[in-house]
Design a protein around this ligand. Structure first.
Ligand code: SAM
Length: 307
């Protein structure tokens, strides 16, 4: 057996392939080794991941093994993320097309979606917290990437008007395809530009009741210690200056000019940035500054209300 691929002549069962690949992935430093092996094998076999457990003893045909081997090598040697190998990722129970032009939507970003929904519709115990108004609730997603946040919100808020911006035309193309595929193209207006730039020129009605953003927030200073998979995601989606706060600083400084009185700005960030961003929001004049925690109990969203 060679180092990077299982013996081609032998008959391999599902379980044998999974065991071999898990071990191989672990050796090259892939943390989610077993999960990745299962997802890739299910993809090569065009079946559901859970089906593999029933088919453990089933031999895998040569053509399927060849397809699987290619995926395994690209995962292990090139460290391409599973989402890009498959071309898709689930977020908020919706399927999103993913390429190297967009950040793969992450589970922690669902914290921002939950926060926005709590402001837009309230929870079982609390009323909605955006101001009462006659017209539709107006929501802006800055740095929409694959469209994950805007489309998740559109799926939950059938009466809201949604706008989304991104600096990357290639990302906006994927976002538009996702909106189309999810049959929500009519629900969202996409505008290319730097933060709020071009909204006015494009005739977008302001102000907004809610502004949400998962901006780039990785510090250049941390570049050397990042997992190799991140090199396959767009630089523009990740890095924001030496301390990772360049885009957030501008976002906080400019957002007030685009928010209705009583409207909210919610920002996803890296947990260690929460104190500083809370300070930035207060300095810019936001009130009721609050934070929300992700599933690992780390501060993941910091938000404030425009007076
Ligand atoms: C961290 S990704 C988030 C993508 C998506 N919203 C999500 O949560 O999966 C940040 C996105 O912001 C975009 N971006 C970076 N700088 C920007 C700027 N100055 N104005 C608008 N968008 C920007 C990037 O192109 C990228 O799509």
């Amino acid at each position: 057996m060679s180092a990077g691929s299982p013996d081609r002549e032998k008959t391999w069962t599902v379980l044998e392939l999974l065991t071999w690949t898990t071990d191989y992935f672990k050796r090259v430093g892939i943390e989610s080794a077993r999960l990745d092996a299962e997802v890739l094998l299910a993809h090569a076999l065009e079946t559901e991941r859970l089906r593999l457990y029933i088919d453990y003893e089933k031999p895998v045909q040569k053509a399927e093994r060849d397809a699987y081997r290619t995926l395994v090598q690209r995962r292990a040697q090139d460290r391409i993320p599973v989402s890009q190998l498959l071309g898709e990722r689930e977020f908020w129970s919706l399927g999103f097309k993913v390429t190297s032009d967009v950040l793969t939507p992450r589970p922690e970003t669902e914290t921002l979606v939950e926060w926005a929904l709590s402001k837009a519709k309230g929870g079982s115990q609390e009323p909605a917290q955006v101001p009462e108004k006659e017209g539709k609730l107006r929501i802006l997603d800055i740095g929409t990437g694959s469209g994950a946040i805007a489309l998740a919100l559109a799926s939950e808020l059938p009466h809201a008007e949604l706008m989304a911006t991104d600096l990357s035309p290639a990302a906006l193309q994927i976002a538009a395809e996702n909106a189309d595929e999810l049959r929500m193209a009519e629900r969202i207006r996409f505008v290319e530009g730097d933060l709020f730039e071009h909204l006015k020129a494009e005739g977008v009605k302001e102000p907004f009741d809610l502004i949400v953003s998962n901006p780039p927030y990785v510090a250049r200073a941390d570049e050397g210690s990042l997992p190799p998979e991140l090199s396959h995601e767009p630089e523009m989606a990740l890095f924001a200056g030496q301390d990772g706060l360049d885009v957030i600083r501008r976002l906080v400084a400019e957002a007030g000019d685009h928010l209705s009185s009583g409207g909210w700005l919610g920002i996803e960030l890296s947990p260690e940035q929460a104190d500083e961003v809370e300070g930035l929001l207060k300095e810019a004049g936001f009130t009721d500054v609050e934070r929300r925690f992700d599933l690992a109990s780390r501060p993941r969203v910091v938000a404030g209300r425009w007076p």
